[in-house]
Ligand binder design. Structure first.
Ligand code: ATP
Ligand code: MG
Length: 227
């Protein structure tokens, strides 16, 4: 389908393969996400949500099954091709924002662009400033990351996730560490980006109020998806 960004067919993931401790934690996952969709992923602790996000984010490979991103079968790609596809297609936001605390907000947002291009430029700096403005932090570009509030830091993390203009943003409990008001603001920010740019989102959350404001909720229970 032309508007499909992501498809999983019978995806399984086992850890410690070949060892006595081998455990399969994802079983026969079928999942499809279209361009512009904002999907919530819920489920108990240990059910496999982060494992699933790692596979979709090309940080880990399935043990079996088929994963397709933008029509490309990931199983057919080598590690270099996977790294390139990840960098240009997927943005990440984690529960703990993982900003570099000794760098400014703007430098943190510039990071994926610097990794891609290898050198700083006025264009990169301008793009980072534009992204900070988009997340409402235009006045904070020169602040060190660890001088910002938790909610502000998470907005910087969202701006950083958008730096490469990804088709898909994967957010693993991005508001789990925030107070209700900041959580709401960060969620609304992501929803706005989704509406304005058509970026797809896969959001892991334990917050049912936020999940209900997504297009669709999927529940992961014991390594299986329940629609
Ligand atoms: N690297 C690993 N090696 C072995 N087992 C792992 C590994 N990572 C996760 N697991 C196991 O896989 C299962 C799923 O873990 P996962 O982190 O995906 O759960 P989750 O749904 O994200 O939970 P939470 O809501 O607590 O973040 C758990 O039983 C966990 O112990
Ligand atoms: Mg998790």
């Amino acid at each position: 389908m032309a508007d499909e960004i992501l498809r999983l067919e019978k995806v399984c993931k086992a850890y410690n393969v070949g060892l006595p401790t081998e455990t399969e934690v994802l079983h026969d996952i079928d999942l499809r996400l279209d361009h512009g969709e904002f999907l919530a992923l819920m489920g108990p602790s240990g059910s496999g949500k982060s494992t699933l996000l790692n596979i979709v984010g090309l940080l880990d490979r399935p043990t079996s099954g088929r994963l397709t991103i933008k029509g490309r079968d990931i199983g057919a790609l080598d590690d270099t091709e996977v790294t390139h596809l990840r960098g240009h297609t997927i943005g990440f936001v984690f529960q703990y924002h993982l900003l570099i605390s000794a760098f400014t907000a703007r430098e943190n947002v510039m990071m994926p662009l610097l990794v891609d291009r290898g050198f700083p430029s006025a264009e990169i700096e301008n793009r980072a400033s534009g992204l900070l403005a988009q997340v409402g932090l235009e006045k904070f570009g020169d602040n060190l990351a660890n001088n910002l509030s938790g909610g502000q830091q998470q907005r910087v993390a969202v701006a950083r996730a958008l730096a490469m203009n990804p088709d898909l943003v994967l957010a693993d409990e991005p508001t789990g560490n925030l107070d209700t008001k900041s959580a709401d603001a960060v969620f609304e920010l992501m929803r706005q980006v989704n509406r304005d740019s058509g970026t797809s989102f896969l959001l892991v959350t334990h917050n049912i109020d936020l999940a209900r404001r997504c297009d669709r909720i999927l529940e992961v229970v014991d390594g299986r998806v329940r629609a």
